[in-house]
Design a protein around this ligand. Structure first.
Ligand SMILES: Nc1nc2c(ncn2[C@@H]2O[C@H](COP(=O)(O)OP(=O)(O)OP(=O)(O)O)[C@@H](O)[C@H]2O)c(=O)[nH]1
Ligand SMILES: [Mg+2]
Length: 267
């Protein structure tokens, strides 16, 4: 079940949310849209929540996916009112990235984005968990807030250290490539725009191509010959509107490395 609350003149994002949900492996069985300002308890209005609960029952939906960001308390209230778990666009994108990440670096970056969200919501989540277990809050009830917060912070620290190591290594690779003196080109653009297709045809490669969002989750660089000149061509991770800030931060590193090394970028 997909849901969006929006302002009157805001465009609908439900079609894109549907594509994202399908990319994550869900079948969308229904949708609800409401034009109003944010309701602090549920994100949507309480009347609409009743409608949502009925629709969930009718369709047998197993999850509710909100286009709007959900605070833990809102997810908690929604789960309580409807009987199924409620997640938001950020969590959905994280699920996609988790399913598709293949490199150690991408996996660590996703883990980092997850933990940063966890840190931001740690206090609220532990407090809610103590009120009774709910989907998405499993096992948290046993924690004290400070202990949990510190445990997550330590994990963040460990992951940052591992990432730094990997990045230093990659930086060395890049410097070696630059020493070759070839100009480099990065294919950058919206997700599903056709970057990897173009990359494959130029580099005579076979990186995965699919009519789905976020097929590419790690960059690939190849030496290519175009008009008798050598170039380093890089296929990159695509963009999407409102990509979660922590994920942008996580991927900025790999992208910046590639784009700064490029003489041009386009798709
Ligand atoms: N009609 C048409 N389809 C294309 C073209 N180029 C690519 N496609 C299709 O568009 C879809 C996405 O192509 P990809 O190359 O995977 O796109 P991408 O930009 O690498 O996407 P992500 O890695 O998911 O961000 C695939 O189904 C391709 O077959 C084109 O020039 N015309
Ligand atoms: Mg691609």
């Amino acid at each position: 079940m997909i849901v969006q609350r929006r302002q009157q003149f805001e465009p609908s994002s439900l079609e894109e949310l549907k594509s994202l949900a399908e990319t994550a492996g869900y079948t969308v069985v229904g949708k609800i849209e409401q034009i109003r300002r944010t309701h602090s308890k549920y994100q949507i209005g309480s009347g609409k929540v009743k409608e949502l609960a009925e629709l969930v029952k009718e369709t047998g939906a197993q999850k509710i996916i909100f286009d709007n960001p959900l605070k833990p308390v809102q997810a908690y209230n929604l789960a309580k009112a409807t009987g199924v778990e409620a997640i938001d666009r950020f969590q959905l994108i994280l699920e996609i990235f988790t399913r598709r990440a293949t490199t150690t670096e991408a996996k660590l970056q996703i883990q980092l984005a997850k933990l940063q969200r966890e840190l931001a919501y740690a206090k609220e989540k532990v407090r809610l968990a103590k009120m009774g277990e709910q989907p998405g809050f499993m096992g948290l009830g046993a924690y004290e807030v400070d202990v949990y917060y510190e445990a997550v912070k330590r994990q963040v620290h460990t992951i940052r250290r591992k990432l730094k190591k990997i990045r230093t290594k990659r930086q060395l690779h890049r410097e070696r490539r630059l020493e070759l003196g070839f100009p480099s080109i990065s294919l950058a653009g919206y997700t599903n725009a056709g970057k990897s297709t173009l990359f494959n045809s130029l580099a005579e490669e076979e990186v995965p191509v699919d009519n789905a969002l976020f097929t590419t989750l790690s960059t690939t660089t190849r030496l290519v010959k175009i008009s008798k000149r050598n170039f380093l061509l890089t296929d990159t991770v695509g963009f999407i509107d409102r990509l979660p800030l922590t994920l942008i931060e996580a991927f900025l590193h790999s992208r910046r490395n590639n784009l700064l090394g490029s003489d041009s970028a386009g798709s």
